[in-house]
Design a protein around this ligand. Structure first.
Ligand SMILES: Cc1cc2nc3c(=O)[nH]c(=O)nc-3n(C[C@H](O)[C@H](O)[C@H](O)COP(=O)(O)O)c2cc1C
Length: 391
């Protein structure tokens, strides 16, 4: 893909990574991703906003050279220091003798540590600082913890474009503008769940901060550019505000079918009552999809057998992720099974400790589910339905 001029003097010079399958050695990328970088050309100065993942430096340089010489860039704006956006900084600083790296104070610390940026090539900015490129003014807005401590947004005043790096992003190689991707909000929700949800408080603060800005375009550093920013801002308000639906997320593991039978019975009863249900068998589930559904589920059910005196490792992993992602769910049910001494429920509750979840109950099936287990399941299901409907 060639460069794209998104408005006069503002060029997309990023890279599409169609082949990437995994992010942060953890999150599957079913549709690849993109590393968006933007070249802003003023009448006097030129700035590059964000860079690309290591391995794409040459592609970035080629694109920049279509518009201006890499050696002529005056500012490299680092909205976020994570290598997928800043990995090309050392390469660029080697090929350009004058550009300074623009970052927050914390960003500068990270740039020194990760990219060996020397002091004379660093320009520290704080909230409200501006840089004029000649007819194009960059305004810096500190937006920490989205998703590292140093993050900021850059606002291009004259063109009303907000560059937000990870915030409002989506892992997608396809599409260029939001209107090219009909299912974009689903991907954005998944990205929110994976990356932003643990920082929902900071997300709300950032949304308040940009409330008064006139925004014509949102240009994140992963996924399509929003020409209709209202849609994603409204979605982020809901997601970061912890707005949940009448929806239950069930994640389970079952070696010989005990938990599976219980979970299927539970899902069928919830569905019959008009409650939205998503069921994930943890053996073959994409954790990005689970993260997406955690964004708006009101209750979580974890079900797993006792294995070697604890919970099945896949369930421990899932519980750990739930704890780390801090979803807005309000209620939980924990279901387990055992052959001789049940330990799974206890182990999962230990992992989840500290989350603001109301535990509606536990069920621990001995070997295979019997009448007593099904009766208890009916009681717990009714309780869950009532709570989920209450809100
Ligand atoms: C590898 C393995 C380890 C197990 N470890 C325990 C254990 O430590 N304690 C226990 O009570 N049952 C243990 N069990 C028995 C299972 O917890 C029991 O069969 C349970 O009903 C399986 O539920 P599932 O079919 O949903 O996986 C173990 C079973 C297997 C296959």
């Amino acid at each position: 893909m060639k460069t794209v001029e998104i408005t006069s003097g503002v060029h997309w010079v990023g890279a599409k990574d169609w082949d990437r399958k995994i992010f942060d050695a953890l999150i599957p990328l079913p549709q690849g991703t993109s590393y968006n970088a933007y070249l802003v050309v003023g009448s006097k100065k030129t700035a590059l906003i964000d860079t690309v993942n290591p391995g794409f430096e040459g592609e970035l340089e080629e694109k920049i050279n279509e518009i201006a010489d890499v050696a002529d860039i005056d500012y490299i704006v680092m909205n976020h220091a994570e290598p997928d956006h800043s990995g090309a900084i050392p390469y660029l600083l080697e090929r350009n003798e004058k550009a300074v790296l623009v970052a927050t104070k914390k960003g500068a610390d990270i740039a020194r540590a990760y990219y060996d940026v020397p002091e004379d090539r660093l320009m520290v900015v704080k909230d409200g600082d501006e840089v004029s490129l000649g007819g194009k003014t960059l305004l810096f807005i500190e937006a920490p913890w989205l998703h590292w401590p140093e993050t900021m947004f850059t606002y291009l005043v004259e063109d009303k474009i907000l560059f937000t790096c990870d915030f409002f992003g989506a892992h997608l190689a396809r599409g260029f503008y939001d209107d090219d991707v009909p299912d974009l909000l689903t991907h954005a929700q998944r990205y929110f769940g994976e990356i932003i949800m643990p920082f929902s408080v900071m997300a709300r603060k950032a949304l308040q901060k940009i409330e008064g800005l006139e925004i014509e375009m949102i240009a994140p550093s992963h996924g399509p550019i929003y020409r209709n920013p209202g849609r994603i801002i409204e979605a982020y308000e809901r997601w970061s505000g912890g707005e949940t639906r009448e929806k239950v997320l069930i994640a389970y593991v079952s070696m010989y079918g005990t938990n599976e039978r219980i979970v299927k019975e539970l899902a069928a009863r919830l569905t019959a009552e008009g409650i939205e249900v998503v069921v994930y068998n943890l053996v073959n589930s994409d954790i990005g999809e689970i993260a997406k559904d955690l964004v708006d589920s009101r209750a979580i059910v974890l079900a797993a057998p006792t294995v070697l005196g604890g919970a099945h490792p896949l369930a421990v992993h899932a519980a750990y992720l739930v704890k780390a992602l801090r979803p807005p769910a309000r209620y939980a049910l924990i279901i387990g099974s055992h052959g001789w001494h049940g330990k799974s429920n206890e182990a999962l509750l230990e992992v989840l400790k500290g989350l603001n979840l109301e535990l509606l109950g536990t069920l621990d099936v001995h070997a295979r589910p019997g009448m007593g287990d099904y009766n208890e399941l009916v009681r717990l299901t009714n309780l869950l339905i009532n709570k989920v409907r209450e809100g």
